[in-house]
Write a protein that binds this ligand. Structure first.
Ligand code: SF4
Length: 419
């Protein structure tokens, strides 16, 4: 029997065909929107034409390092001559994956399925190298579950231990040590990291961050539809930062529907082709003026500022940015999340908060309870939507969002009357 006829390969091929058809359909739906512009083609091509490490490596000319979660500083990976690739998944067709827990985080399940498909379920598994920060339980257990699905251990995993108490001095110190361990790991795969290569990477990602900020400002000002912003942000790791940034800088403002009620979108991440929530929000007349999703406005936490350009100086600045400024709900001392939402009120002018919880995503689920009470006390309208990647609950979600639209609109009127 040849490799191509093995059950794993056949399953991979079947799933791969279905997933690619789903991606193409979702891209076509976006292309048929009245607000479609050719500047979005670059981003659509990225999501349709391969998000796997081989495709990304051949696109960028650099070996891709798979990473889970946004705490891994891409600057450090890039400075070693490598390409950071955040593994994420949005396909709704991946739930037939064997040997995975039923209530697993849909995003990680889809991510695992995407890698499984590309690797033929472990047969001839080349593996790639992984950097995994110890954020939520699903992320921590990812290699264990993946090893069962792929029937072999994940070849090389670098565990980035994330201190969950970050306000204590030893938390910051431990994280800095982790950065130097990560540097050694990356150098064992790629090139030696120097102060100069670090400074160059920091400058590249700072430019990308400015481009992202500009897009977020355009959305806030009503000249970039939220659905397109989410697509664009979700493609950041699929190409070189230079090319992606150039394409992002070419996106021009265009007016969008201004009668919608403005909301802030918080919670679990959203990845193409699973745009069901942004599309339902739009249909219900709700305009996402700002968000704190790790798949959208939080793809990178900000530009790294370093006055000391020595290797130690730049790595310290990177460590501070990716720990101190991160809004991940897995931190214990995390007032920043609510402060971030409250702080955005003035410029983004929203009346309500839509909180997205992916079924099985415990960190955001738990956090939504604390945020709901606090935000309501401060006069915001709040709705918590728990869902997954399947379309079965679309009608139900829409009905709830329509009702929420009316409440948030009335709230906005009350505020105007009081002003
Ligand atoms: S935080 Fe939530 S969405 Fe992110 S990996 Fe963990 S369970 Fe999944």
């Amino acid at each position: 029997m040849t490799m191509d006829n093995t059950p794993g390969k056949r399953l991979a091929k079947r799933l791969s065909d279905r997933v690619h058809a789903e991606l193409a359909r979702a891209a076509e739906t976006l292309r048929n929107r009245p607000d479609y512009s050719r500047v979005y083609d670059y981003f659509l091509e990225l999501v349709v034409k391969g998000c796997d490490s081989k495709a990304v490596a051949s696109r960028t000319g650099r070996k891709a390092i798979n990473m889970l979660c946004v705490q891994v500083p891409p600057e450090l990976i890039h400075a070693a001559g490598l390409q950071p690739l955040k593994i994420c998944g949005g396909s709704s067709l991946n739930f037939s994956l064997p040997e995975t827990p039923a209530l697993m985080c849909p995003m990680l399940k889809a991510s695992m399925a995407a890698v499984s498909i590309n690797e033929g379920f472990g047969l001839g598994f080349s593996g790639g190298d992984w950097v995994i920060p110890t954020t939520c339980d699903w992320v921590v257990k990812f290699p264990e579950i993946a090893s069962r699905v792929w029937r072999r251990p994940m070849p090389r995993v670098f565990w980035l231990e994330l201190p969950h108490l970050r306000e204590r001095p030893y938390g910051a110190q431990r994280w800095l040590e982790e950065m130097f361990r990560l540097k050694d790991f990356l150098e064992s795969i790629g090139e030696k990291i120097t102060g100069k290569s670090l400074s160059q990477s920091v400058a590249l990602y700072a430019r990308a961050w400015r481009a992202m900020n500009r897009l977020a400002d355009m959305r806030r000002d009503g000249t970039l539809p939220p659905v397109w912003l989410m697509l664009i942000m979700g493609t950041f790791f699929l190409d070189s930062p230079e090319r992606w940034t150039e394409a992002a800088e070419n996106v021009t403002p265009s007016p969008v529907r201004d009668s919608a009620v403005r909301v802030f979108l918080a919670g679990s991440p959203i990845f193409f082709p699973n745009l069901k929530l942004p599309l339902l929000l739009e249909e219900a007349g709700l305009y996402v003026a700002a968000d704190d999703l790790c798949s959208s406005e939080r793809v990178i936490p900000g530009a790294v500022i370093c006055h000391d350009t020595s290797e130690y100086g730049v790595i310290s600045a990177i460590a501070e940015r990716y720990h101190g400024a991160c809004l991940c709900p897995t931190f214990i001392d995390n007032d920043r999340r609510i402060n971030n939402i409250l702080g955005r009120k003035k410029d983004a002018r929203f009346n309500g908060v839509v909180f997205h919880v992916l079924k099985g995503c415990h960190p955001y689920d738990i956090e939504s309870l604390a945020l709901e009470g606090e935000l309501k006390r401060r006069g915001f309208r709040f709705i918590r939507l728990e869902t997954d990647y399947t379309p079965e609950d679309n009608r139900n979600l829409f009905t709830r969002l329509e009702a929420f639209h009316n409440t948030a609109r009335d709230g906005a009127h009350e505020r105007q009357d009081r002003a």
